[in-house]
Ligand binder design. Structure first.
Ligand code: ZN
Length: 236
């Protein structure tokens, strides 16, 4: 029955197309996950920038607090210094002097703290700028990557459509009785409904085949199935 062997050969060609489609569909199915990963990474970078900004804003408000405090100390010093000119009692005079000295000491501490803070503000401001630039670059690259993935998906989908057309044409040449066996077997197996007799084993599941099956496949007079994976066996 040369017809059956030829039919199996056509069926095997069909499988080659089906495998291509299955492989392409697998790539397509991975794309949303890849895009999600890219977006997640971008979200993480944005959150990191926000943390850096928060630190900067906190420093700025601390600096303002200290500046306000410094101002109030200046006012106290000024006020008490004026009062020195008008007080009558010695005790009040000394108390005022003490107040002024205390405020001056506080002022000195505040001024030192402000100097340190200003340096820190400058440092953090530089960090924010660097992080903003880096994020901008990262976002640009992420968008480019995602658009590459999307255009690749579109290309792959076109390939699938083209292959489907080829398959439809090819199926017309295949014996109608054989197709359902193959179609049923290939589902859930990445398009692999057939296996080759590879030496003495099944090319798909690797099981060593019974001699009888190998001989039957060689003769090509009937459909032969692997005992283990049930795929249609074909000897080229
Ligand atoms: Zn097998």
């Amino acid at each position: 029955m040369e017809d059956l062997k030829q039919g199996l050969s056509l069926l095997f060609d069909l499988q080659t197309y089906d495998i291509q489609i299955a492989d392409i569909n697998k790539q397509i199915s991975l794309a949303p996950g890849l895009i999600e990963e890219k977006n997640k990474a971008l979200g993480k970078r944005k959150a990191e920038l926000n943390e850096i900004k928060k630190k900067y804003v906190a420093l700025i408000s601390l600096k303002k607090e200290k500046e306000t405090l410094l101002e109030s100390k200046e006012k106290v010093i000024e006020k008490h210094s004026m009062e020195l000119n008008t007080v009558k009692s010695n005790d009040t005079y000394n108390a005022l002097l003490l107040e002024i000295e205390k405020s001056k000491a506080d002022r000195s501490v505040l001024e030192d703290e402000l100097l340190v803070l200003m340096e820190k503000v400058d440092e953090e401001s530089a960090k924010v700028k660097i992080a903003e630039n880096e994020l901008q670059e990262f976002e640009k690259n992420t968008k480019k990557d995602i658009s590459d993935i999307e255009s690749n998906i579109a290309k792959l989908k076109e390939e699938v459509s083209a292959l489907e057309k080829v398959i439809e044409e090819h199926k017309l040449r295949i014996n109608k009785a054989m197709l359902p066996h193959y179609e049923r077997l290939k589902d859930g197996r990445d398009g692999r409904g057939m296996a080759l007799v590879d030496g003495d084993s099944c090319s798909e599941c690797g099981m060593v085949l019974r001699m009888q099956l190998i001989n039957q496949a060689l003769k090509g007079q009937e459909l032969v199935f692997c005992d283990n994976c049930s795929r249609i066996l074909f000897k080229k």
